[in-house]
Design a binder for this molecule. Structure first.
Ligand code: DGL
Length: 262
């Protein structure tokens, strides 16, 4: 199984991409729903949580891990790769690569949680690839609760997205990274409000492209991951609300299994 972790249910947007790009590949998903959200926690706390998440997946037999959460990827990826010697995929680097390839004006915007934007991980990743790219980062902490409350299609959300992106609109960007697991859910609204001419980068799509490429060149690993038929969804807290969101995002029935860290 491909092991994926996230701060909660947002990482299901990555699972959706795995289903699309790697059909038939089973996923072992861990969502830390008891401690979600990570996006407004300190880097130290996020690192501690991310280590526990990875450790749990390894105890379940993970042979590779995808960090679906942008807040965890941006604050804990390096620590994870130093601590664990299995292949670990983060969402930042693949999205940064794609943004650098897309930008013509060499001006890229990034939106995400406070933890992601505060880490400046996207800026560092982009400028490592191309130091001539200017990166303008902007936290949009209000989007996650709106989306989790099922307000994605409400007029209020459209107005809040418009207001939140106003500052970025004047920055002459031609590419925008949706640096949070939840933002693809309101991708169309973001596209309209930032401008139809700005190209959007979805880190979920990019990390799965990278993963698919990696598995092509590592067929033995790919074969070993196909050990079961269906996905498993493990969470640190089960509520009817999480259950309902999971099912509606994945468009299938989802059985959430409650686990606890030792
Ligand atoms: N999964 C988080 C991210 O991508 C969003 C939700 C949270 O703040 O935990 O940054």
């Amino acid at each position: 199984m491909i092991s994926v972790f996230d701060s909660g249910i947002g990482g299901l947007t990555v699972v959706k991409e795995i289903v699309k790009q790697l059909p038939g590949m089973p996923v072992l998903y861990l969502g830390d729903t008891a401690r979600t959200p990570y996006g407004n926690k300190s880097p130290e706390t996020i690192r501690q949580y991310a280590l526990q998440d990875a450790q749990f997946l390894i105890s379940q037999g993970a042979t590779m891990i995808v960090v679906a959460c942008n807040s965890a990827s941006s604050n804990a990826y390096q620590l994870l790769t130093t601590n664990y010697k299995l292949p670990i995929f983060d969402v930042i680097i693949p999205a940064a690569r794609r943004a650098v390839a897309l930008t013509k004006k060499k001006r890229v915007g990034v939106i995400g949680t406070r933890a992601t934007i505060g880490s400046r991980a996207y800026e560092k990743a982009i400028q490592t690839i191309d130091p001539n790219v200017t990166v303008i980062e902007h936290a949009c902490p209000i989007f996650v609760p709106l989306i989790e409350e099922g307000w994605a299609k409400k007029g209020e959300t459209t107005r809040i997205v418009k207001l939140s992106l106003q500052g970025l609109k004047t920055k002459n960007i031609d590419t925008l990274i949706l640096g949070c697991t939840h933002y693809p859910i309101i991708r169309d609204i973001i596209q309209v409000k930032i401008s139809k001419r700005v190209k959007l980068v979805d880190p979920a799509e990019e990390v799965v492209k990278e993963l698919a490429q990696y598995l092509k060149t590592h067929p033995k690993l790919a074969q070993s991951l196909r050990s079961t038929e269906d996905h498993r969804f493990m969470v640190t807290d089960v509520t009817e609300h999480f259950q309902a969101i999971a099912q509606s995002w994945l468009n299938r029935s989802v059985k959430l299994e409650k686990i606890s860290f030792q």
